[in-house]
Design a protein around this ligand. Structure first.
Ligand code: PMP
Length: 314
């Protein structure tokens, strides 16, 4: 059976960036004694100019908010990043160039304390090609994704802050994904420790009723998603779709007209059912299709006023 998950898989591009240099990924090695529980990371994407399904020049989407979030994750974990934000941008550009990428790439800066001197950190930037669900007539978009509400609650912000992008948080996501797979679902949605809808295992969630989009607040134990923030701006301003940020109940998801995931990895991904309750009457739903179509135009640089969100890689 083809895997329905659109989450990125590590394809190991030939070159990555490590502690100041572009190196062959096979040579990017560290000690087995590294403190692996203390790492932070970011997930960023660069898309092909003109057509997200095409080939050509790449632009990084929302570099600044991603890198700002990386800095905030470092603060909460007490890590000091020994490079400037511009130096990391240069590093990312060089790594993409060295690999010769002409299709969309995922960029995952990783930072963690060094075993030999925990005051210092390793900074590594792997990049790899991924398959988008977006773009005209892309059959990946309308694949039937059956989700379940996880029996694992999302980590609470007084235990492990979900706003920080730490590897430790993804242990929680991994348990939920394993449970979903065991039950033959394609993915999981978390409730928070109060029982309200939180987020997916690697994406935020938006649900649609009567043409209005509703999404849980930051206080529902979500990552402060760059994609979610972008959609909260462009849905009302550009598409005239009203949005509401408030607590969402489990029933609202089951009885929604449409529900979709949003995030860098998952882009805009529709869900057909939750716990085998079909969502709405049409799949993918009209609002989801409209949002995904417009989002793909922005990523490809076709919406002039949103070009400011794109950073050229060359
Ligand atoms: N929540 C979680 C748990 C995630 O891992 C991600 C992906 N980074 C998101 C939400 C979406 O965040 P963003 O839009 O910034 O990628």
């Amino acid at each position: 059976m083809e895997r329905l998950s659109v989450s990125v898989a590590f394809h190991g591009a030939k070159y990555c960036w490590m502690n100041g240099n572009v190196v062959e990924t096979k040579d990017a090695l560290v000690s087995a004694m590294e403190p692996i529980h203390l790492g932070i990371f970011e997930g960023i994407k660069a898309y092909v100019e003109g057509d997200v399904l095409g080939r050509g020049r790449l632009n990084i989407f929302q570099w600044k908010p991603h890198v700002d979030r990386l800095w905030r994750s470092a603060v909460i974990c007490g890590l000091k990043i020994p490079y400037t934000k511009d130096e990391l941008l240069e590093a990312t550009r060089n790594t993409i160039k060295e690999n010769g990428f002409e299709t969309n790439v995922y960029i995952q800066p990783r930072i963690w304390p060094r075993a030999e001197s925990p005051e210092d950190v390793h900074v590594v930037i792997p990049v790899w090609a991924f398959n988008t669900v977006l773009g005209k007539e892309n059959p990946r978009f309308s694949m039937k994704r059956r989700f379940t509400i996880s029996s694992w609650r999302r980590i609470a912000s007084d235990a492990l802050p979900p706003q920080a992008k730490t590897w430790a948080n993804y242990g929680n996501s991994a348990l939920a994904m394993r449970e979903a797979a065991r039950l033959h679902y394609d993915g999981a949605i978390f409730l928070d420790n109060r029982g309200f809808v939180s987020e997916g295992t690697g994406a935020c969630i938006m649900t649609v009723r009567d043409g209005k989009v509703v999404t849980p607040p930051v206080s529902a134990s979500i990552l402060e998603s760059v994609t979610r923030a972008t959609l909260l701006e462009i849905l009302p301003d550009d598409l005239g779709i009203p949005v509401e940020v408030r607590d969402v109940t489990r029933m609202e998801l089951y009885a929604s007209d449409e529900t979709f995931l949003c995030g860098t990895g998952w882009e805009i991904t529709p869900i057909i059912s939750i716990d085998d309750i079909a969502l709405g009457e049409e799949y993918p739903g009209a609002v989801t299709k409209r949002v995904a179509g417009y989002y793909a135009e922005i990523l490809a640089g076709k919406v002039e006023k949103h070009r400011k969100r794109l950073t050229p890689t060359i």
